[in-house]
Design a protein around this ligand. Structure first.
Ligand code: HEM
Ligand SMILES: [Cu+2]
Length: 540
């Protein structure tokens, strides 16, 4: 089938021209604009990452000066966190699929949705403007720790204002999703009939709404300190740098769940579809998202064990941190139980979901090492931390993002990518990823500090492995993206439901019509994942 033979009323074809995109109120088009934007920033920041790995190929200077290295890792971190991973799954797939999965025609506030996209663009322009003038992008690290961030001559003010604006974008998306979930579920869909991806967005949205204002205020305090010198964080004028760390992590730890929870939601969609099986422990998975979101507010101090905090405070933060492992493990248990005795169809979206579980386990377990006070003091600010958070954010959330892209690709574009190539790209990506980051965990344990352009010769071998890993990973990424673009341009037409999925987005045509459903979608009886022809059930 050619494009001309596709239904003429799908959301791509109904209006043409650039302005019909830039000012669209359609949640699907807004989701796609986010996709192209976050995708672009991911590539830019990945390029910076590969450049850093090139610098670290050998001890001593390879390709950049120490100061440039500081600016590059800051820009890499800021882009990856604020412009890629925080918006990624909610703003792209949440926007596109939440209304479809709830059986409704749009989010609650389409105009606010468009506004949050444009705030994202404005924030991105602020961030990029730091490249253009003065002494260039901030060199503080993405954490903007005071008092250095108050003193450095680099463009910290613009960078924190960028993060401030991006925070508004995130808050508005969260607000929109909460109201959409409360008010716009299709008749008959109670909270416990919602797909688990919707549940994960619900938990995430509350974090976006309640935690993001804290970082907003904190970043404005940095600006006030830099511009007016009012003495909030700088001890030289009566401030307290530790106060900054508290305020920063009160947001930034919950922000980790803004990255992780939607990813877990994606995995909870992919696994039942490719096992053709009712999800095991639906409520446990749904409510554990809420539990993670809640407990996540009380653990921020684990980033500050070496800041001189009191013993009792450190112990309490440590114990609370271990609590996060419980709801997380509940999810992993339920995913595995869903696969057990299912009729498993190993396709590339499932491979990404399994890779998520594998990588996220390494990320989570190394997180427990960091959460244990004594161990953390040994590895704080070493490459162990860099390995840990890339396993969580990239190996976890990033892989889930790619999984979602492969899972919903046929629904979004009505075409299919080359499966064989997708498997090859996945394999290279997975190998490259682990080659790049696993050595960092060992290097950290051996004492190699992070955020330096140089290292002692004894660390050479593992750094070479890691840098070669970054080339393997980059190859996998380029193959994956090339394959998806080829699928978009000339892939075979996809049916409405190529994976035999059961949530409501599979009941409409691919691509969906402007208003999502030509006829009311039908809810499955007995819960959202009740596969009628499942080969086996959980009860024996
Ligand atoms: C091509 C893939 C990537 C490569 C090669 C890469 C490499 C690196 C390197 C070498 C560092 C600096 C370590 C140091 O000197 O302390 C770093 C830092 C960082 N990366 Fe990545 N990375 C990649 C992807 C990602 C992704 C996908 C994310 C997030 C989703 C991410 C988030 C971060 C953050 C937050 C930092 C810390 C920046 C800071 O210290 O302020 N990276 N990365
Ligand atoms: Cu944390």
């Amino acid at each position: 089938m050619t494009v001309a033979a596709l239904p003429q009323t799908n959301f791509f074809q109904i209006k043409k021209g650039i302005f019909s995109w830039l000012f669209t109120l359609d949640h699907k088009r807004i989701g796609l604009m986010y996709l192209y934007s976050v995708g672009l920033f991911f590539l830019v920041a990945a390029g910076l990452g590969v450049a850093m790995r090139l610098e670290l190929l050998n001890p001593g200077r390879d390709i950049m000066s120490p100061q440039t290295y500081n600016q590059v890792f800051t820009l890499h971190g800021v882009i990856m966190i604020f412009l890629f991973i925080i918006p990624s799954i909610p703003a792209v797939f949440g926007n596109f699929f939440l209304p479809l999965m709830l059986g409704t025609d749009d989010v609650a506030f389409p105009k606010i949705n468009l506004l949050s996209y444009w705030l994202y663009v404005l924030g991105a322009l602020f961030a990029l403007s730091t490249l253009m003038y003065g002494s260039g992008p901030a060199d503080t690290g993405w954490t903007f720790y005071a008092p250095y961030s108050v003193k450095t001559g680099t463009n910290v003010t613009m960078a924190v204002l960028a993060a401030f604006i991006l925070g508004f974008s995130s808050i508005l998306t969260g607000l929109n999703f909460i109201v959409t979930i409360h008010r716009l579920r299709t008749p008959g869909m109670g909270f416990n009939q919602m797909p688990l991806f919707a549940w994960s967005l619900y938990a995430t949205s509350w974090i976006q709404l309640l935690a993001t204002p804290v970082i907003g205020i904190t970043l404005l305090m940095i600006v006030a300190e830099r511009v007016f010198g009012i003495g909030l964080f700088d001890p030289a004028i009566g401030g307290d740098p530790i106060l900054y760390q508290h305020l920063f992590w009160i947001y930034s730890h919950p922000a980790v769940y803004i990255m992780a929870l939607p990813a877990m939601g994606i995995v909870s969609e992919i696994i039942p579809t490719f096992a053709q099986r009712t999800i095991f422990g639906y409520k446990a998975i749904a409510y554990s998202s809420m539990a993670i979101a809640f407990v996540g507010y009380f653990v921020w101090g684990h980033h500050m064990f070496t800041s001189g905090m009191s013993g009792p405070a450190a112990i309490i933060f440590s114990i609370l941190t271990f609590f996060v492992a419980i709801p997380t493990a509940i999810k992993v248990f339920n995913w595995v139980a869903t696969l057990y005795k299912g009729s498993i169809n190993i396709q590339v979206p499932l491979l990404f979901a399994l890779a998520f579980i594998f990588n996220f386990m390494i990320g989570g377990l190394t997180g427990l090492v960091l959460g244990a006070v004594a161990a953390d003091i040994h590895v704080h600010d070493t490459y162990f931390v860099v390995g840990h958070f890339h396993y969580v954010m990239f190996g976890g959330a990033g892989f889930a993002f790619f999984g979602a892209l492969h899972y919903w690709f046929p629904k979004i574009w009505g075409r299919m990518y080359n499966m064989r190539m997708a498997n090859i790209a996945f394999t290279i990506l997975f190998i490259g990823f682990n080659m790049l980051y696993f050595p960092m965990l060992i290097l950290g344990l051996e004492g190699m500090p992070r955020r330096y352009y140089d290292y002692l010769p004894e660390f050479h071998t593992l750094n070479v492995v890691s840098t070669v890993g970054s080339w393997v990973l980059a190859t996998g990424l380029l193959l994956m993206i090339g394959n998806l673009i080829a699928g978009y341009l000339k892939g075979k037409a996809a049916s409405a439901n190529p994976w035999n999925g059961i949530t409501l987005e599979w009941q409409t045509s691919s691509p969906p019509p402007l208003h999502n459903f030509d006829k009311m979608p039908e809810l499955t009886k007995g819960g959202p994942y009740n596969f009628p022809n499942a080969k086996s059930t959980h009860k024996k």
